[in-house]
Design a protein around this ligand. Structure first.
Ligand code: PMP
Length: 421
């Protein structure tokens, strides 16, 4: 039996309707922007394996650093103990972030980084003896699949089985010139109840790569600050260069109170989550009263191997060649967007940094369940490209090491799909 056949007997895959989905493709090796299947096919990973990979697959430097760590210390309980990779990673990450970020809390993935952020805000008010339990989020938001993260995500097919159990969240529109003032009024009206405002900065990934302007987000962050509402900047997707700058928050003048990271944090090598916060938030948990402790932790908190992968990824990330690659991809996307924007099958094209999204015209409305999705997915796989459209929205967000030739090949396949499908 091959990998696919063995898999189908024992495995339940994420976000997959197991009755109708194509059998999974067995991958045996990765190198640079490519993955290789057990039947010898090469695939360009144009979506960075669920947006996590930034330097390419099986990167030799990350692999060597992880191996070194593995031979020294694989894990230690992170309550009562610490270790070099966790301390160094916290120091180096904070040095890259807005200056108000003062403390690092480790967890396992993007959803847990969000859970920790929400708990920090809720318990901040609890510790202060104030009742504030409402949260503010954008319509169509996506912050993860655990219950808290789901609650602050837009109500959708992803959440419908659980809607009754999700806590009270006020959803607002993405800000524009037309609605920014009325959103501010809406926020002010709720200020005594609101614990926090959580947002995906500049790009709502899972919603279909919906993009909005930094200056309006900046106004909302400032407004929340003035109204005493904490802001949570979920950089799980946008962090580590995706939007063209190190972090999407680098496009803002006003600093968020809390930030969440995962995905690109380890270069896509290991699962790791980080929530950072201000000294002000941290201080609200300091007390002789043990009940004011942040009672949150996972067995693998700050796993040394994951931290070593993150440190190795950071070495590569701060190398000037990575910045050049990010710019090269952004320029290349912009040139391709110009070429196809007037194509009759293209409804809209949008870009932020290394993320390029194209909404296709179909008879049906734009939706995650649009029928075109499967046709496009299969078409690109047959071309040797992994693109995983969100319904009728095709997006490219490659590892930064992707070559110009590989990018041209992807653009060519998209042109071909526009002509032939
Ligand atoms: N926040 C954002 C903005 C995300 O895009 C995602 C994942 N796509 C998450 C949180 C959840 O991360 P994870 O899948 O690692 O739980």
């Amino acid at each position: 039996m091959n990998l696919t056949e063995r898999d189908l007997k024992v495995i339940w895959h994420p976000y997959t309707q197991m009755q109708t989905a194509m059998p999974p493709i067995g991958i045996v090796r990765g190198e640079g922007a490519c993955l290789y299947s057990e039947d010898g096919k090469e695939y360009i990973d144009a979506i960075s394996s669920w947006w996590v990979n930034i330097h390419g697959h099986a990167h030799p430097y990350i692999a060597a650093q992880v191996a070194k760590q593995l031979n020294n210390l694989e894990h230690v309980i992170f309550a009562g103990f610490t270790h070099e990779p966790a301390v160094e990673l916290a120091e180096r990450l904070l040095a890259l972030l807005p200056h108000n970020q003062a403390k690092v809390f480790y967890s396992d993935n993007g959803s847990t980084a969000v859970e920790v952020a929400l708990k920090m805000c809720l318990q901040f008010w609890y510790n202060k003896g104030e009742q504030r339990s409402k949260m503010l989020a954008f319509k169509n938001a996506y912050h993860g699949d655990t219950f808290g993260a789901m609650a602050v995500s837009g109500r959708s097919a992803f959440t419908s089985a659980f809607d009754q159990l999700l806590f009270d969240v006020e959803f607002i529109d993405l800000p524009t010139a037309d609605n920014i003032e009325s959103i501010k009024v809406q926020i002010s009206g709720l200020k005594t109840e609101l614990a926090c405002f959580i947002f995906e900065p500049l790009v709502q990934g899972s919603a279909g790569m919906l993009m909005y302007e930094a200056n309006y987000l900046d106004e909302l962050v400032l407004h929340c600050k003035q109204e005493g509402i904490f802001t949570i900047d979920d950089e799980v997707f946008t962090g580590f260069g995706r939007t063209g700058k190190n972090f999407a928050s680098d496009y803002l003048q006003h600093e968020p109170d809390i930030m969440c990271f995962s995905k690109g944090l380890t270069g896509g090598t290991m699962a790791l989550g980080i929530t950072t916060c201000t000294q002000h938030i941290y201080d609200a948990f300091l007390s002789d009263d043990k009940l004011k402790t942040l009672f949150h932790g996972h067995s693998f908190t700050a796993n040394p191997i994951a931290c070593a992968a993150a440190l190795a990824s950071m070495d590569l990330f701060v190398d000037p060649s990575t910045r050049q690659n990010i710019q090269r991809i952004a320029d290349s996307h912009a040139a391709f967007a110009l070429q196809i924007k007037d194509h009759p099958r293209i409804k809209t094209v949008r870009q932020t940094g290394t993320i390029l999204a194209m909404e296709w015209n179909t008879q049906n409305d734009t939706s995650y369940f649009n029928n075109l999705r499967d046709t496009l997915y299969r078409f690109f796989l047959a071309e040797g490209i992994i693109l995983r459209p969100l319904g009728n929205i095709v997006y490219i967000l490659p590892p930064y090491c992707i070559t110009n030739e590989q990018l041209s090949y992807i653009y060519g396949a998209i042109q071909k799909a526009l002509q032939t499908l």
